[in-house]
Design a protein around this ligand. Structure first.
Ligand code: ATP
Ligand code: MG
Length: 417
């Protein structure tokens, strides 16, 4: 039997990979304009990092992690998201000793054991950005602006930005009492997982995917109605900065986000063009995360956007670039393979996209291949050409031919630009 890729994974084939490179480059280049620097962390971490950093009452930790014991009997988990790893690295490498805030971005694969469907895979790709070391609401606004600018630079229109504040541990306490009272009245209808969450972390019930829990959640009190003065002032400032930046948003008091470590600002960019998995980007402030991981009380804020979903939006909006770049020159040869590859090599060393035959094809078949590759120019090397050093450069589109000196590399390069 033929072996297939595991369920929930997808190969990115050559006809698509340049689109991925384009998305990653656009996001990374935009982040650099905002002063973010790239971080790369391991694909796997100690399981405890996510139990503590994502939170052990979350769907991600309770249901979705790829966890296994390695040969040394350590519990290892494939990263389900990037923030916990970035925070671990920040602590481990004492980045708190650098001028604050520290602004990091990453492109990474993530792993979650979920039911695969459009826009939901088991291995997926995130672009994320994190800012550590400042509670200032201007950080929240800058991160949201970064996400908005990335989408704009990709040409994406019509995403709706929804923001909310879920308060700090102080105001959350008052809210949790009200929420618990409400949820306890519906205890018998909640799923088993949510019943265990009721005492430990009632807010997690608000983003449970079970339809019955969702129904219960829709009648729950809003945390936004319970936030303290400090959180409220912070939220007002974020909104003011967004308005100043002409970034349209709406306040959506139902957003709580799926990870335990969020405080104050949370936000999502949502598309209505890609079906049920419409959340393209999610993020928020996590002032308690670094402390949860054993550090000092160092605030942070970040977001992650799913590239699979961005791709769906770009496809829906007809934004996908058509093709990768095409060869500038195809060097056909009649028995002169060594000369052909040596000419190709010299051109490539000078940045020219040059191809030649690698399968001993007939001249006719080589020219057909040059056509298929959409090469801009071609030339044929036969015995005469090698002897005289002169060949005919053919413009594949117009059919126009021009004599060129094959030993004059600079001249040849100028002709194929
Ligand atoms: P959802 O509600 O769709 O499950 P989430 O709240 O679990 O999303 P986050 O943990 O905030 O998602 O991840 C940030 C982004 O990563 C999401 O907005 C989405 O674009 C993307 N994402 C999350 N899970 C997946 C997945 N299984 N497959 C593809 N993309 C995903
Ligand atoms: Mg999820």
């Amino acid at each position: 039997m033929m072996i297939k890729a595991p369920r929930g994974t997808a190969d990115i084939l050559p006809q698509d990979s340049f689109i991925w490179r384009y998305m990653e480059k656009t996001a990374s280049d935009t982040a650099k304009l905002f002063g973010f620097e790239e971080i790369r962390t391991p694909v796997f971490e100690h399981t405890e990092l996510f139990q503590r950093g994502v939170g052990d009452t979350t769907d991600v930790v309770q249901k979705e992690m790829y966890t296994f014991f390695d040969k040394g009997d350590r519990s290892i988990t494939l990263r389900p998201e990037g923030t916990a790893s970035a925070a671990r690295a920040y602590l481990e490498h004492k980045m708190y000793a650098l001028p604050q805030p520290v602004k990091l971005f990453y492109n990474c694969t993530c792993y979650r054991y979920e039911k695969p469907q459009a826009g939901r895979l088991r291995e997926f790709h995130q672009f994320g950005a994190e800012v550590f070391g400042s509670t200032d609401p201007v950080v929240d606004a800058e991160l949201i602006a970064l996400a908005a600018t990335i989408f704009k630079n990709l040409g994406i229109r019509g995403l709706s930005l929804r923001i909310n504040s879920i308060g700090c541990p102080t105001c959350r306490k008052k809210y949790n009492d009200a929420l618990t009272a409400y949820l306890t009245a519906h205890k018998d209808t909640l799923c088993d997982t949510c019943n265990t969450r009721l005492l430990k972390n009632p807010m997690r019930i608000l983003d449970c995917k079970s339809p019955i829990c969702k129904e219960v959640a829709s009648g729950a009190p809003y945390v936004l109605d319970y936030i303290c003065e400090d959180c409220s002032t912070h939220f007002e400032a974020v909104k003011k900065y967004l308005e100043r930046n002409d970034i349209p948003f709406s306040v959506d008091p139902t957003i709580v986000r799926g990870l335990d470590y969020y405080t104050k600002t949370v936000f999502e960019f949502v598309s209505n063009e890609i079906g049920a998995q419409g959340t393209v980007c999610g993020g928020g402030r996590y002032d308690g995360l670094i402390q949860e991981l054993g550090g000092d009380m160092i605030p942070g804020m970040g977001f992650a956007t799913g590239l699979e979903r961005i791709l769906l939006v770009m496809r829906a909006q007809n934004l996908l670039p058509e093709t990768e770049s095409v060869p500038q020159l195809f060097i056909a040869s009649i028995g002169q393979t060594a000369d052909a590859i040596s000419l190709a090599q010299k051109l490539r060393e000078n940045g020219v996209f040059a191809m030649c035959d690698l399968a001993g094809r007939s001249l006719k078949a080589q020219m057909k291949n040059a056509d298929r590759l959409k090469a801009k120019y071609s030339l044929v090397l036969g015995e005469d050409e090698i002897k005289s050093g002169m060949a005919q450069l053919k413009n594949m589109e117009s059919g126009e031919k021009k004599d060129i000196n094959i030993n004059d590399i600079a001249g040849l390069i100028a002709c194929v630009q």
